[in-house]
Design a protein around this ligand. Structure first.
Ligand code: FAD
Ligand code: NAD
Length: 468
């Protein structure tokens, strides 16, 4: 039997990062992945392919809607969806090869097959051809990720009623895409097809898009997405979805109990994801998942109830984000090496890659109100920003929330061009517990979008924004 210091089950951003960090720390490491390619949800059917399609569809949208204004005249552009999907697949396979290279470079032994516990110290790897082998590990890290949540009364046939996985490899542009759930996936993939010409209807249980983010963000995002011609059924509870031929009928109820019926040709169900432990045989290790399917871990070590077994990423509590999984991957390797690493969960940024992008870190205004924390708010609209006017990307605003007494920045919420990259400044500032005044006094290059952050900090500090 092959023996390892660390066995990682799952090769997503949590798993492969923890394998590399473990190898860097001198451990003999194995990684087990059930699919033939590495990279998990994020690389194969998540972050990367969705961003490839978001970028391609944004280029198309600009070519149709804003090139002329910029003085660029081209014949009417046409979408070649096959090429768009082919390019996306190329981006993914390029990065698949990159991870395989990193495994080799770090001398990590890769096993392709389903990993299941044989005992608390051994993992059985069953390959696609049915053959299996058992390997042993002093430490085992579970990084098996998540899968889309289903609704019991909505039959996902993966043809007309689809999940994000199918939405990333469509054969045609939907005429009318009904999106159930206007959260992160709904906003991103709904944007892709709205830009490519689909009519998109969002059916959302909450009273706003991206409802877990600061309410201002959802309101502003809805305004921008409405410009793509989308319809919104907010505060609507879905009751059924059925397919007849090429037609999907979705029924929902509004807050007053009134029934609505929406007909389209595709329906994307994106109402969240569930931790994934199917086939892992947790019982053989003495482990169980909680009522939501998550594996419980100790907050200080990410160790499960069984010594030597750890769990990270989407399969444990917390935000289901690739960078959160990566931080935990590094963290757990360092814990195993006897170090004392730290993760500041309050400062894991959240980003929605629509256009304008939405990015957020720290507390929302609603959370501060609920916690009874006295705060100051400063906002700055992109339409007053020289850089945004020059590029024509004027939708959005930066919003800074600071402690009313100490001026410490408690939350930053930005919707606007390049917000995804801008949020890094807020993370750094908040990690060092900067005040709004600290950031307001730092020089920000002109003309850049980052000036919105400085101006919002000036606005939070005694309402003294210069350009608004
Ligand atoms: P995963 O990436 O899910 O990887 C788990 C791996 O474990 C998989 O490869 C799986 O095959 C393997 N596995 C499972 N069980 C076994 C077993 N028994 N044996 C062997 N292997 C097993 N997050 C962001 O931060 N930014 C984004 O832009 C973003 N976009 C997304 C877009 C979409 C459409 C989706 C669906 C998700 C997106 N996410 C994004 C979320 C992100 O993909 C996840 O948070 C992240 O992949 C979680 O990483 P993980 O390592 O925990 O698990
Ligand atoms: P989500 O939690 O972001 O959104 C789900 C939405 O569905 C919510 O707005 C919720 O109110 C709504 N909903 C739930 N039940 C419903 C029902 N019965 N009828 C109507 N609406 C309903 O989940 P998601 O968009 O499926 O994404 C899953 C996970 O993947 C998220 O946790 C997210 O963090 C991650 N992800 C991240 C990114 C990113 O970081 N850019 C992109 C995609 C996915």
């Amino acid at each position: 039997m092959q023996e390892f210091d660390v066995i990682v089950i799952g090769s997503g951003p949590g798993g492969y990062v923890s394998a590399i960090r473990s190898a860097q720390l001198g451990f003999k490491v194995a990684i087990v992945e059930k699919y033939s390619v590495m990279g998990g949800t994020c690389l194969n059917v998540g972050c990367i392919p969705s961003k490839a399609l978001l970028d391609s569809s944004e280029h198309y949208h600009n070519a149709v809607h804003s090139f002329q204004e910029h003085g660029i005249e081209i014949p009417k552009p046409k979408v070649n969806l096959d090429q768009m999907i082919k390019r996306k697949a190329g981006v993914v396979s390029n990065l698949n090869a990159g991870i395989a290279y990193l495994m080799k470079k770090n001398k990590i032994t890769t096993f392709h097959g389903l990993g299941s516990f044989d005992s608390a110290k051994t993992v059985k790897v069953t390959k696609e051809d049915g053959s299996s082998e058992v390997i042993s590990g002093k430490n085992i890290i579970i990084a098996t990720g998540s899968k889309p949540t289903a609704l019991p009364f909505i039959p996902v046939d993966k043809d007309r009623i689809i999940t994000s996985t199918e939405a990333l490899k469509m054969k045609e542009i939907p005429k009318h895409l009904i999106v159930i759930g206007a959260g992160v996936i709904g906003a991103e993939l709904g944007s892709v097809y709205a830009r490519l010409g689909s009519k998109v209807s969002f059916v959302e249980f909450a009273d706003s898009m991206i409802p877990t983010m600061d309410k201002t963000m959802g309101k502003e995002l809805q305004k921008s997405i409405a410009k793509l011609g989308a319809d919104f059924y907010l505060s609507h509870k879905v009751t059924s979805a059925a397919v007849k031929g090429k037609e999907v009928t979705v029924k929902a109820q509004d807050a007053s109990g009134k029934d609505v019926e929406i007909k389209g040709d595709y329906c994307l169900v994106c109402i969240g994801r569930r931790p994934y432990t199917d086939g892992l045989n947790l019982a053989a290790a003495g482990l169980t998942a909680d009522e939501r399917g998550r594996i419980a871990v100790d907050e200080h070590t990410l160790q499960t109830s069984i010594p030597g077994i750890y769990a990270i990423g989407d399969v444990v509590r917390g935000a289901m984000l690739a960078h959160k999984a990566e931080e935990e991957g590094t963290f757990v390797a360092e814990v195993i090496a006897g170090q004392k690493p730290h993760i500041n969960y309050n400062l894991i940024p959240g980003v929605v890659y629509t256009w304008p992008e939405v990015a957020s870190v720290g507390k929302t205004e609603q959370e501060l109100k609920a916690a009874g924390i006295a705060y100051k708010e400063g906002s700055f609209p992109f339409k007053a920003l020289g850089r945004a006017i020059a590029s024509g990307d004027v939708d959005g605003l930066a919003k800074v929330l600071a402690d009313a007494n100490t001026d410490e920045i408690l939350g930053v919420h930005i919707i606007g061009a390049r917000a995804a990259d801008m949020i890094a400044e807020a993370v750094v500032a908040m990690e060092y517990r900067a005040s709004a005044e600290d950031v307001a006094r730092m020089s920000h290059a002109h003309p850049t979008y980052t000036e919105a952050m400085k101006e919002a900090c000036l606005a939070a500090t005694a309402k003294r924004a210069i350009h608004a």
